[in-house]
Design a binder for this molecule. Structure first.
Ligand code: PHB
Length: 358
C-alpha cells in the first residue's frame, strides 16, 4: 500500500490517525485576560478529527503578546481555559499540541505591561503597523534585550511548557518562524548583535537551541516540535543566506531527536523570494518533516509519496472545513473560507462553518 495522508504515523510519542495536521492559526477570539473561552473550546473540538491540531500561536509571557485577544499560557486562568480545549479534543479522540510564541518586536506598548517597549535582538523598527485594541498603530523601535535577560526568556519558554503539560497537551511546538522573536534572532536583517547571540550563523541559532534544550528538558524531546519559515518575509524580516542558516538549524536540532520539524515552505503574501531548496533542508533534518503552505490533498499526497514530507499541515482549509479529514476521504467539495472573519469577532466565521452532515 502506498503511504498517503491517511497512513497513521507517530511524531515522537504522539500517535496520529492520519497525516492531516491542522496548522497553527491566529483567530483573536480569546476571552478577558486572554483566557480561552467556550467558543474556543467548540472551535477546536469541531476540528478534533485532524491527525494532529497545532493550536494558534500562544504567548508564553505577558511580554510575548503582540495582538489583541490571543490566548496566553502564562496565567492559571489561561491554563484552566486551555485544559477545557484539550479535554474536548481528547474526548473526540484527537491529539493537540500548543504552539509556544513570543512575538518580540512585532508588538506595541499598548499591548504590553506598563506600556513597555517591545523587546528584540536589536533595536530595529519593523516596517508596518501593529494590530492593537486602539486600531492600527505604527510599529515602534524595540528595545534590544540585554545579555543577562536571555536566561529569563528561556525560562519563560520552560514555564510555558510546564503550563501546557499541566493543561494536558500532547506536546508543544516552538514557534521559530514568521518574523517573531526566535526568528528575529535567527535572521541577520533583525539580529545585529555583537555578543555571542549575533553575527555568525552559529551565534544567531544559539537562542533557539537554548530554548529547545529548556523545553525538551521539561517535556521530553518526543513531545516537542519546532516551526521555521526560511523564506517568509512576513513581519519585515530577511536573511542574506537562508539556505546556509536553515540547513544549520536543521543540523543543530538533530541531536535533540525532536518529534518533528515544521517548515513553512514559502512566503505569506506575494513577493519575490530568494531561491531555496526545501528538499535539501529536509535531507539535513533526520526526524519527521511537516510541510506547510498552500498544499491541497493532491499535492500533499504527492509530497508524502515522494518522501518530501512525512505529514502536511493545512491552515485555511481547516478554518472553513471542520471536517476536512472526512472531506478529503470522500473527495467532497470544500467550503470557501471568508477572509473577513479570520481575525477577531465572534462565532461568525469561526464555529459556524457547515460539515458535510450540515
Ligand atoms: C498573525 O497574527 O497574523 C500571525 C500570527 C502568527 C503567525 C503568523 C501570523 O505565525
Amino acid at each position: 500500500m502506498t503511504t498517503d495522508l491517511f497512513s497513521p504515523i507517530s511524531l515522537g510519542s504522539i500517535s496520529l490517525k492520519s497525516r492531516i495536521v491542522m496548522a497553527p492559526l491566529t483567530r483573536n477570539r480569546a476571552g478577558a485576560g486572554n483566557v480561552p473561552q467556550d467558543i474556543n473550546v467548540k472551535y477546536y473540538e469541531q476540528r478534533a478529527s485532524a491527525g494532529l491540531i497545532i493550536t494558534e500561536a500562544t504567548p508564553i509571557s505577558a511580554m510575548a503578546h503582540g495582538y489583541p485577544a490571543t490566548p496566553g499560557i502564562h496565567s492559571e486562568a489561561q491554563v484552566a481555559g486551555w485544559k477545557k480545549v484539550v479535554d474536548a479534543v481528547h474526548a473526540k479522540g484527537g491529539k493537540i499540541v500548543l504552539q509556544l510564541w513570543h512575538v518580540g518586536r512585532i508588538s506595541h506598548p499598548s499591548l504590553l505591561p506598563d506600556n513597555a517597549l517591545p523587546v528584540a535582538p536589536s533595536a530595529i523598527k519593523p516596517a508596518g503597523q501593529a494590530f492593537t485594541y486602539i486600531g492600527l498603530q505604527d510599529f515602534v523601535t524595540p528595545r534590544a534585550l540585554e545579555l543577562n535577560e536571555l536566561p529569563g526568556i528561556v525560562e519563560d519558554y520552560a514555564q510555558a511548557t510546564r503550563n501546557a503539560l499541566a493543561a494536558g497537551f500532547d506536546g508543544v511546538e516552538i514557534h521559530a518562524a514568521n518574523g517573531y522573536l526566535l526568528d528575529q534572532f535567527l535572521r541577520d536583517s533583525t539580529n545585529q548583535r555583537k555578543d555571542q547571540y549575533g553575527g555568525s550563523i552559529e551565534n544567531r541559532t544559539r537562542l533557539l537551541l537554548e530554548v529547545t534544550r529548556a523545553v525538551v528538558d521539561v517535556a521530553g524531546a518526543d513531545k516537542v516540535g519546532v516551526r521555521i519559515s526560511p523564506l517568509n518575509p512576513f513581519n519585515d524580516i530577511a536573511d542574506s543566506n537562508p539556505q546556509a542558516l536553515f540547513n544549520h538549524v536543521a543540523d543543530a536540532l538533530n541531536p535533540f531527536k525532536l518529534a518533528y520539524l515544521h517548515v513553512v515552505e514559502g512566503g505569506m503574501g506575494g513577493s519575490d523570494l530568494p531561491p531555496f531548496d526545501f528538499l535539501d533542508l529536509r535531507k539535513h533534518f533526520k526526524g519527521a518533516y511537516m510541510a506547510n503552505l498552500g498544499y491541497t490533498k493532491a499535492t500533499a499526497n504527492a509530497a508524502i509519496a515522494e518522501g518530501r514530507a512525512d505529514v502536511v499541515a493545512f491552515g485555511v482549509p481547516f478554518i472553513a472545513n471542520p471536517d476536512l479529514v472526512e472531506r478529503f476521504r470522500l473527495d467532497a467539495p470544500l467550503n470557501e473560507a471568508d477572509q473577513s472573519s479570520f481575525y477577531g469577532g465572534n462565532e461568525t466565521g469561526y464555529i459556524d462553518y457547515p460539515t458535510l452532515q450540515g
